[in-house]
Ligand binder design. Structure first.
Ligand code: SF4
Length: 956
């Protein structure tokens, strides 16, 4: 169908006057690929990037020509890692602006609002420019400037003493947004510590587990652009994971005729664009998905060939139906029987989504066949007890339709994610840190990071050196006051170093605050599963690179950065050398240049080695007479593979096939282990599971004590309707949704972004508001299990009745004695511990204009900084995936007489009790053979296999 339309008279005139682009040059249905040569009309061509002239916008009406050097880098404001072009003024070396990089294969020149707002962050007058050491007690807010030498020597000496004493488990590195490919794992391995901790269990571990239990890969990579039907759990068109790269491709898919269905209790911008908005009761998504699966089965819309070859159905039949013949027809019959109760009517009763819509979307999904793209990242997977089953049931639809790894289907993440070839790989560590992977959570997909302060409180261990890096648990995690208590206690955490570009609520409780660069002030290698290709992006310090091009190279990035802002890569190299000055700990040897014998590695050498060993990059670079490193410096990105489909069909080599046998399920066995699958006479590598197939039936789950979840089922959430006493004003609260313009606690120092979004009211449906006599703007007291917070209400038709929601971005704070930071977004608060463990916070003042070198700071017109809700939530660790289940059962009442907007109260004694209650739900290790975790389950910083067994001696 033609997408051309007739243009009006005014449009035609405006076009002729060049006031608007030429509308008659529209390309039918397909968006222009901005990376293709000849179509870079919106961007300066790369051959002019070393000397680009633009007129200064603020100079108008004068014509002030400015000379820029255009240097690519990568955005660090969310996980998508989109390409940016920085415009470095050649005279002043100031960065003037950031725009999209059309040579980036994922973002293709486009960005969301947060990309260009990087300029606010680097010019933020409140940012930290020098290393600081606390004076007085931790948390008192007194700081003194120190030298980097002092910082490095003191931290290195403490780590050295700790390692020499064999207390390797007392060194921990806790990361928020990693933003790099494996750099830190290598450092920690070199130190010999099982010290990696992350934010993943409060982020995406739930959905990851649901995917991993199917096929070993823990994230989806939907090929939206080529799909016929797109099914999203939550708001991925506007804000979810990889949303700018995804949004482009969802729209491309829709322009090519794909239908979009969105499950979300909230009428998000994404849902408003959808063909089907499915406002599920939170936690009921798996019920709807299984009802869709039932329709697909009953209608015969399943992909027999894929399922026959790639699902472990024979194992399922043998284990669960030993009396019937093992054939595919019986499997389908058994499946229909298993799911017969998941009728659309049952799903409607659980979810509130009309059965008719469930049937219609199921048929559409079934008819899309191999072109069904689906996505679940956080949302339902992160909100609910058993949330991991949402991803498991969603992927079931891909398995049924055979849309796993296909054009227009959904691939495993790893197929679209690059693995760098690093110059040196230290051996796996011989420690198992039970502060991160405790025996109670043997299947936890990532570290039980949210429980760390509780573990410390219980005396399970302590930390000698604790790094937090781009990580702000006091604000971002649940139960922030328990974090404050732990961070304030020097007997539990000996030294806390906060690596951060800007002040945050966790850094207030550090011993050292170490300023690290924003995205244009650091190196990183990045690669994400944004679409069906494979790419790498190079984040580089743009002023350093500009100086190099001008013939004025510097030795370290901090020499080109503002103040004494370091980049982490160089920090870890310097620190590692100082931990092991004489090489006796075996650490230093991992930080030696691969190009200069015995010399300390320089950061450009680290990346040079990776780029020289990236498939296709040396050849591509040589076409332009460049080295691979210079190619990446010039373009900032490289497409390793244009498309990456069906990698499970990779053929096994003759060598791999030596001494193998094929069993009756067509599985290829070598030394008792499955290594592949025979499909139509070809030996294929398959998926990284014990069966090498998609595991509909999970022996692992059975073996580890959860037989009720052996196949995909619906698990009722901890906020299921049955748990609500509506008469008492109880509601499920969704506290997780993202705003498109903000990102966790990271965007608070971007004035453009906080100007757009600066409050987080409670979304409530009109009918609920009417029932309670509430109107927009009224103050509500939201009671959680451990306290309450006071927020305003926004009454809207865009919320599912019976459910309330609150965006998690807002409510940043600082106390009067804290250093001023993020003043575009931080409320001034008073915090009092009124009794042991009973904490009160009151907002003393909101956002105010202030005088600074940035004249915009005196023009702040908003005063509302939002409300900090996360700190009033207890931990809710899912007993299987380990994911924090974010959704809350809350009791809503009108604010009391002395309640003020932003007030909150928390009792950490109660939060400890809630932690204990959830701990009781676990079914701890050991599993089979004395294992503390299934051997086939990977881990960040995977130790030697021996450490997977309980009771094995840890090395020292
Ligand atoms: S989606 Fe936006 S914030 Fe995320 S990397 Fe891209 S431009 Fe940056």
């Amino acid at each position: 169908m033609s997408s051309k339309r007739k243009h009006g008279l005014i449009e035609n005139i405006a076009e002729k006057l060049h006031l608007i682009p030429n509308l008659h040059n529209e390309v039918e249905s397909e968006l222009p690929r901005l990376t293709e040569p000849g179509q870079l009309t919106d961007y300066p061509p790369p051959d002019k990037w070393d000397d680009w002239v633009e007129y200064e916008a603020t100079g108008w009406p004068r014509r002030e020509a400015k000379n820029y050097m255009i240097v690519p880098t990568s955005c660090f404001n969310c996980e998508a890692g989109c390409g940016l072009l920085s415009y470095v003024n050649k005279e002043t070396l100031e960065v003037r602006k950031f725009e999209g990089n059309p040579w980036h294969p994922a973002s293709r020149g486009r960005n969301c609002a947060k990309g260009p707002a990087t300029i606010n962050q680097i010019n933020d007058k409140d940012r930290i420019l020098y290393p600081l050491k606390r004076k007085g007690k931790r948390g008192e807010g007194n700081w003194q400037r120190v030298s980097w030498d002092e910082v490095l020597d003191e931290i290195a000496s403490r780590i050295r003493v700790t390692l020499k004493a064999g207390k390797n488990n007392e060194v921990a590195y806790h990361v928020g947004r990693p933003g790099h490919e494996g750099y830190m794992d290598r450092v920690l391995k070199a130190w010999g510590v099982d010290g990696h901790n992350s934010h993943t269990n409060i982020c995406s571990a739930g959905a990851r587990f649901g995917y991993a239990i199917w096929h070993g890969y823990d994230r989806p990579s939907p090929d939206h652009a080529n799909a016929k039907f797109i099914l999203l759990i939550s708001a991925h068109l506007e804000s979810g994971h990889y949303f700018n790269p995804h949004a482009q491709r969802i729209i491309e898919g829709m322009m090519n005729g794909a239908k979009l269905a969105v499950m979300d209790p909230r009428l998000s911008n994404t849902a408003s664009m959808a063909d089907y908005w499915m406002p599920t009761y939170p936690g009921s998504e798996a019920a709807v998905l299984l009802a869709m699966a039932k329709v697909i089965l009953d209608e015969g819309l399943y992909n027999e060939s894929f399922m026959k070859n790639w699902v472990n159905w024979q194992t399922y039949l043998k284990k669960e139906h030993p009396k019937i013949a093992v054939n595919f027809e019986n499997f389908i019959g058994a499946l229909k029987e298993e799911y017969k109760e998941y009728t659309p009517e049952f799903a409607e009763q659980e979810s509130g989504v009309p059965a008719k819509m469930i049937i219609e979307t199921a048929k559409q999904a079934g008819k899309a066949g191999t072109q069904l793209s689906t996505h679940n990242w956080r949302s339902a997977g992160s909100g609910n007890l058993g949330g991991w089953s949402v991803a498991r049931c969603l992927h079931f639809l891909n398995v049924l339709t055979g849309s796993v790894g296909t054009i227009g289907g959904t691939s495993p993440s790893a197929w679209n994610k690059f693995k760098p070839n690093v110059f040196d790989s230290p051996p796996a560590v011989k420690f198992w840190n039970e502060l991160h992977f405790p025996d109670e959570y043997p299947l936890a997909h990532y570290e039980m990071s949210q429980l760390l302060p509780h573990f410390l409180k219980e005396g399970r261990g302590k930390l000698s050196v604790y790094f937090t890096r781009v990580f702000n648990p006091v604000w971002t995690f649940p139960d922030g006051f328990t974090w404050i208590e732990a961070l304030s206690d020097e007997s539990k955490i000996g030294l806390h170093a906060a690596l951060t570009p800007t002040w945050n609520e966790t850094a207030y409780f550090a011993d050292y605050v170490l300023p690290m660069g924003h995205s244009s002030e650091r190196h990183d290698l990045i690669s994400y599963e944004t679409h069906s290709g494979l790419w790498i992006g190079f984040r580089q310090p743009v002023v350093r690179e500009a100086l190099r091009r001008m013939g004025k190279p510097v030795n370290f990035t901090y020499e080109a950065n503002p103040g004494e802002v370091w980049e982490e890569d160089e920090f870890w190299i310097e620190l590692s050398w100082r931990i092991d000055p004489d090489g006796s700990l075996g650490i230093k040897e991992h930080f030696i240049s691969p190009y200069r014998k015995g010399e300390k590695i320089r950061i450009e050498e680290y990346y040079r080695h990776i780029f020289e060993n990236t498939t296709g990059l040396p050849e591509k670079a040589s076409e332009e007479g460049l080295t691979p490193l210079d190619y990446m410096r010039k373009y900032g990105a490289f497409e390793v593979e244009t498309t990456s489909y069906n990698k499970h069909l990779a053929k096994l080599s003759k060598e791999e096939l030596k001494s193998t046998e094929v069993d009756e399920t067509n599985t290829i066995i070598k030394n008792g282990k499955a290594i592949g699958v025979m499909v139509h006479g070809t030996a294929c590598s398959g998926f990284p599971t014990p069966s090498r197939k998609q595991e509909f039936y999970s022996q692992t789950i059975v073996d580890w004590g959860w037989p009720e979840y052996k196949i995909p089922v619906y698990i009722k959430s901890h906020i299921h309707e049955e748990k609500m006493d509506r008469e008492k004003g109880e509601f499920p609260l969704l506290p997780t949704f993202r705003l498109p313009t903000l990102i966790h606690s990271r965007s608070s120092n971007a004035k453009w972004l906080t100007e757009i979004s600066n409050r987080n009211p409670i979304w409530m449906h009109t009918s609920d508001a009417k029932k309670f006599g509430i109107k927009t703007g009224d103050l509500l007291r939201i009671n959680t299990e451990i306290g309450y917070f006071i927020d305003r209400v926004w009454v809207t038709e865009g919320m599912k009745p019976g459910v309330v929601a609150c965006s998690h971005h807002l409510g940043r704070w600082r106390r009067p004695h804290d250093e001023k930071g993020n003043r575009w977004a931080t409320n001034l608060v008073d915090i009092q511990e009124v009794e042991k463990g009973k904490w009160k916070m009151r907002v003393l003042d909101g956002i105010r204009p202030y005088k600074s070198e940035d004249s915009d700071s005196s023009r702040i017109f908003w005063s509302d900084g939002g409300v900090h809700q996360n700190i009033t939530f207890p931990v809710h660790p899912d007993p299987i995936s380990g994911m924090h289940c974010w959704h809350q059962k809350v009791r809503i009442e009108k604010a009391r007489a002395d309640d003020k907007y932003g007030d909150l109260f928390v009792d950490t004694n109660k939060s400890f009790e809630v932690y204990k209650e959830w701990l009781k739900m676990t079914r701890p290790a050991p599993g089979p053979d004395g294992l503390r975790r299934p051997l086939w389950f990977n881990r960040p910083l995977r130790p030697v296999d021996e450490m997977y067994f309980i009771g094995k001696k840890q090395d020292n």
